[in-house]
Design a protein around this ligand. Structure first.
Ligand code: ZN
Length: 154
């Protein structure tokens, strides 16, 4: 590709903010959302001690290093917290009348590294429970890739 790369970067930031409007993208979280456009679940990680941190912060809470990077997680984990919402703000693809599941998944990379989303449409209702093993699946929501969780294959 050719052209002015600085201009391209600026446009990329504008596109990112437009595509994730309402997510409150910050300097710390921009790369997490940029990863979503490539269907990669990126989380902040300390380059010095290796500790993961989500939501992203500029400083490592374990060793106080400012040397934070972004790394891709496997997307595998277990349901740590489960809620079924029967009302809420209108959102594309969300049907509160049947109950909208929201799960907080503890990822396998690190204890207490958690990510909250919903589950795939075909998630077996009887397995929607705390402790169920899950893995990330990417769906399109309002034309933007969104990470949700499906029951783990094995
Ligand atoms: Zn650290």
């Amino acid at each position: 590709m050719n052209g002015n790369s600085e201009e391209t970067d600026e446009e990329t930031d504008d596109v990112l903010i437009a595509r994730f409007a309402g997510n409150g993208i910050t300097r710390d979280s921009a790369d997490h959302f940029r990863g979503r456009l490539d269907r990669r679940l990126l989380m902040a990680r300390c380059a010095d001690c290796g500790r993961w941190q989500h939501p992203p912060r500029p400083m490592c809470p374990a060793c106080w290093s400012w040397n934070m990077t972004m790394d891709e997680v496997s997307g595998r984990g277990t349901i740590h917290l489960l809620m079924v919402l029967h009302q809420g703000p209108p959102a594309t693809g969300v049907d509160y009348s049947t109950g909208h599941p929201v799960v907080t998944v503890e990822l396998e990379e690190q204890r207490a590294l958690r990510f909250t989303s919903t589950v795939s449409d075909d998630f077996p209702a009887e397995d929607l429970a705390i402790g169920t093993a899950v893995e990330v699946e990417w769906i399109e929501r309002d034309g933007t890739p969104m990470p949700v969780f499906r029951k783990a294959a094995s």
